[in-house]
Ligand binder design. Structure first.
Ligand code: 13P
Ligand code: ZN
Ligand code: NA
Length: 283
């Protein structure tokens, strides 16, 4: 069945690996993640942004996930990613999500604490786990001036206070990654991560993992990351496969033909990331 992130991440923390979270957008990408995880015997998190919930429909997403979890009998979490809207979050929980991320990272510290606390109180009564973000993980479209970068990274002492005051189940930390791919792979602040991992006992989450090298993802896991978020790499590979198919078959019109190679390629990305995360053979 659909599980919450909590149990997955606590096992990952105990055994020093990370559970990959893949952002999906349609039936084919969901199947790619579930089949890839099943072939690797890996726990997995399927993430949808509010935009994807609006696009595909809450009931459709939950139903497809339930069908997949039943068919493959692996622990799968359905996670709402980067949601700023408390009503939207509550609605997804009512609809069957067992795991959510409240993203108030753009608010001031106290508002971020308050919003997170509201979600934690609501979610925990229903057995749902909550992730929150402190610091700012920026997007590729944002121009971050280099000397401003440090100010956006998560402060370890504030992170400790944040976790204590909110009771949040996992914390997304900013250590230099960004959403999307990079012109140049960023230098990650591992010292900061090591410090946070020493004083904070909830699992830490790495966003923006597309474009981060295998070596650095592994290092981040070694220093306390228990969940690795991947969105852009699957999106790009999926689109490239479709473009290639149409280039070779300009008259194609059967979705089963032009989406199958894209699904296979997405599945390969999933399996590759599972290997990097060390989550293979954990179930
Ligand atoms: P990427 O798009 O860089 O993989 O980031 C994914 C992410 O953080 C989803 O929350
Ligand atoms: Zn993210
Ligand atoms: Na990225």
């Amino acid at each position: 069945d659909i599980v919450s992130n909590k149990e997955l991440l606590l096992d990952a923390k105990k055994n020093q690996y990370a559970v990959p979270a893949f952002n999906v957008h349609n039936l084919e990408t969901i199947q790619a993640v579930i089949e890839g995880a099943w072939e690797m015997k890996s726990p997995v998190i399927i993430a949808t942004t509010p935009g994807t919930v609006n696009y595909a429909g809450l009931e459709y997403l939950v139903a497809i996930l339930k069908a997949g979890a039943k068919k493959y009998k692996i622990p799968i979490a359905l996670h709402l990613d980067h949601c700023t809207d408390i009503d939207f979050l509550k609605n997804c929980i009512k609809g069957g999500y067992k795991s959510v991320m409240i993203d108030s990272s753009m608010e001031d510290f106290d508002t971020n604490i308050n919003n997170t606390k509201i979600m934690v109180d609501f979610a925990h009564k229903l057995g749902v786990s909550v992730e929150s973000e402190l610091g700012h993980i920026w997007g590729q479209e944002e121009e971050i001036v280099i000397n401003k970068r440090d100010a956006l990274l998560t402060d370890p002492i504030m992170a400790l206070e944040f976790v204590k005051k909110t009771g949040v189940d996992s914390l997304a930390v900013a250590i230099g990654t960004a959403h999307g791919i990079y012109k140049l792979e960023p230098k990650l602040d591992f010292d900061r991560l090591i410090k946070m991992n020493k004083i904070i006992d909830v699992p830490l989450v790495l966003h923006g993992a597309s474009g981060i090298s295998e070596e650095n993802i592994k290092k981040a896991i070694q220093y306390g990351i228990c969940k690795v978020n991947i969105a852009t790499e699957i999106k790009i590979q999926f689109a490239e496969a479709i473009k290639k198919y149409f280039k070779e078959n300009p008259d194609a019109d059967d979705p089963r033909n032009y989406l199958s190679p894209a699904k296979e390629i997405a599945k390969n990305v999933v399996k590759e990331k599972i290997n990097i995360c060390g989550s293979r053979n954990r179930i």
